[in-house]
Design a binder for this molecule. Sequence first.
Ligand code: ZN
Length: 506
Amino acid sequence: MPITAEQACAELNALLRNTALLSSCGNLLSWDEQTCMPPAGAEHRANQAALLAGLAHDWATAPRVGDLLDLLEAAVPAHDPDSPLAVTVREARREYDREIKRPRRLVEELSRLETLAQQAWIDARKQSDFAAFLPWLEQIVALKREEAQALFTGGVLYDALLDHFEPGMTSDALERLFSPLRAELVPLIAAIQDSPRQPDRTLLERDYPIDAQRAFATAAARKIGFNFEAGRLDEAAHPFCSDIGPGDTRLTTRYNARHFPGAFFGTLHEAGHGIYDQGLDAAAYGLPMGSAVSLGIHESQSRMWENFVGRSAAFWRHFYPLAQAAFPAALKNVIAADFHRAINEVRPSFIRVEADEATYNLHILLRFELERPLISGDLKPADVPAAWNAAFHRDFGMTPPDAAHGCLQDIHWSFGGIGYFPTYTLGNMYAAQFFATARQQLGDLDAQFARGEFTPLRTWLTENIHRRGKQFPAGRLVEIVTGAPLSHGPLMNHLRQKFAPLYDLS
Ligand code: ZN
């Protein structure tokens, strides 16, 4: 007996929810792997992860899903493409078509390899031994190329991987966004370097007891709106935010008793991701309307709280007296203006995650430049260190002293995240554009921050971005919220307006 559209919709929703539930078990295992698991557990964890990934793949590619999509596509009213039903069908179709192109064997092999390669990468980075990681990188690149070929629909092979992280984005479009950004960033960074007025960063390298850092960062994350009744903050070597499901969002950070910014801004960053996840519509869990749009949009939320809010003078008008009370030995004789200048120091450095707001994007552009030939086959994994160092010298005027400060520094390639890096700079661009609009619509944001009021901005983000789930693709969402397509302009405006007074630029 044929079923009605309502029945088909209910059945599809149930299947999508189950797949999301199963995948979220994998997220919990992955969180455990990075926070608690003993190193010797890696092999067993790799088997668990591969089994779950294979099962989730089976469920996502069940022929019944395809049949229901066929049926619903005929029933979706064409006049309302943004309705929840139309969005579910559009996004579920996209996901289904992608998933059925990936053979289960490849899904399991990748999952196993990613767990083992991550452990190998941790050791290799510690020893700064690229040769030890090379065999793993070669396997990862080989499997990711195979995956890209399976998913390939024309154009550039790399785009098949990029599309997983930033749906609809292409390397040509990235090129058009990134080229003018680079052209304007390089002279700004040079002018900042040439300024005789440089901040004193040593005041951030004093005694910052870890217990006090934990309490201060937790209080700040709570103040900007991360709900600790529905989340927690733990430690990990490589900080991240993991959305386990409604009511359970996990943040991680890492502490250094002689360096304030790492854990504090890292926590604000991850809390920004967490606030996005906590702002999703729990009633639509597992469905496109209850899921994040893209990694780039996700990153825009973390960057906004970390940099646009957390590194602003207004934010510290509220928090600086609290910081002085929390870290009296380090800050009692430091005036707020000097602290603010120190946390906004622009200085070319080797490590991406420690980079300032301006040079950060050059780190990303470099990775984007290397990833494309890595996937096309024009760059061999063995040649990555030389290519990295040459590009780094060109962009930063210095050569990494070892692989740990160069091509071994990031975890991404070890977990197969090729195509992931561009979403970081996209996130900065989205953040700047959203923030400029929020400023126009919310009155005097600086005055609000100075009073410790962050609810208006958080509510605005939840209403305009979080609660919309995947209703609109990222590019359209930006146009709907800000009235203009994504461009590098708002980010450059933000950087110029911020750094000109700090560095006395004319
Ligand atoms: Zn992030």
